[in-house]
Design a protein. Structure first.
Length: 262
């Protein structure tokens, strides 16, 4: 029996352990002005922060797809001989998001371009999950004084997102689920407390290092392990230098005064 247990430990010790993916998907279809599919179009996406590019060729039915795409701001360019190039100058892909960018090509010379600046994928039709997110800019604009607590984590702001509600113990219920039905991760690594399915406050990053906080539930993919999910993505590098500096000071002379009965 002892040898059997040892064999089992050695067997499972050799298996790789994977973290949850934080990457997203960009997909869409290419059509002409009549709505007919255009097969074989060249599609190129560029991460504007890193100036890294990926390319693919659309299928015969006009569909294209980029898997495992890092969250960030992208441009999308679609070209096909006999048609004007389609360019979406700037679109934001969030973590674990499936973003649809459909391109309608107009007849013309390929050197001519049709630039689109409107947002794409406002209505998500490729995933049943209900999600919302916080960016550092949104956190900074909210009237919350989380810097006055024991750390600089914006955990308390999660309950400001639609469908997220905190209980008395600090657990987070997502889209009507129980707090125990939520999983939390930072860059794909679990930070869920072992004593309850709320994020471990000591592992929740500071706002200075957070690039995105995404809360997702209802129809969540099985790969996330729980119906509710809190995903934190660290700020990534880019071709431009950037940093942050803050100073917090609370002057007691400006505090409200409380007078007791005389």
């Amino acid at each position: 029996m002892r040898n059997l247990r040892l064999f089992g430990l050695l067997l499972f010790a050799g298996l790789p352990v994977f973290g949850q993916s934080t990457l997203g998907v960009i997909l869409g279809s290419v059509t002409d002005p009549t709505g007919a599919a255009i097969g074989g179009a060249k599609v190129r996406i560029v991460n504007l922060g890193e100036t890294t590019a990926r390319e693919t060729t659309g299928a015969n039915d006009g569909a294209y797809e980029f898997q495992n795409v890092k969250a960030g701001t992208y441009s999308v360019e679609v070209t096909k001989a006999g048609f004007r190039a389609f360019i979406l100058k700037e679109v934001v892909l969030e973590s674990r998001q499936t973003l649809r960018v459909d391109a309608r090509l107009e007849v013309g010379d390929v050197s001519q371009r049709v630039e689109v600046s409107a947002e794409a994928g406002v209505i998500a039709t490729d995933s049943p999950a209900v999600s919302s997110s916080l960016t550092p800019e949104k956190v900074a604009s909210l009237p919350a004084n989380f810097r006055a607590s024991t750390n600089t984590t914006p955990y308390s702001l999660l309950q400001t997102l639609p469908g997220a509600q905190a209980d008395n113990g600090g657990g987070l219920a997502i889209q009507g689920g129980l707090p125990a039905q939520s999983e939390s991760s930072s860059d794909g690594i679990s930070i869920t407390s072992v004593t309850g399915n709320s994020p471990n406050r000591n592992l929740f990053p500071s706002i200075e290092s957070i690039g995105e906080i995404r809360v997702q539930g209802v129809g969540n993919a099985a790969e996330f392990g729980q119906p509710g999910d809190v995903t934190i993505i660290s700020k990534g590098g880019s071709n431009n230098y950037h940093g942050a500096l803050f100073w917090y000071h609370q002057n007691r002379a400006m505090d409200a005064l409380t007078f007791g009965p005389r």
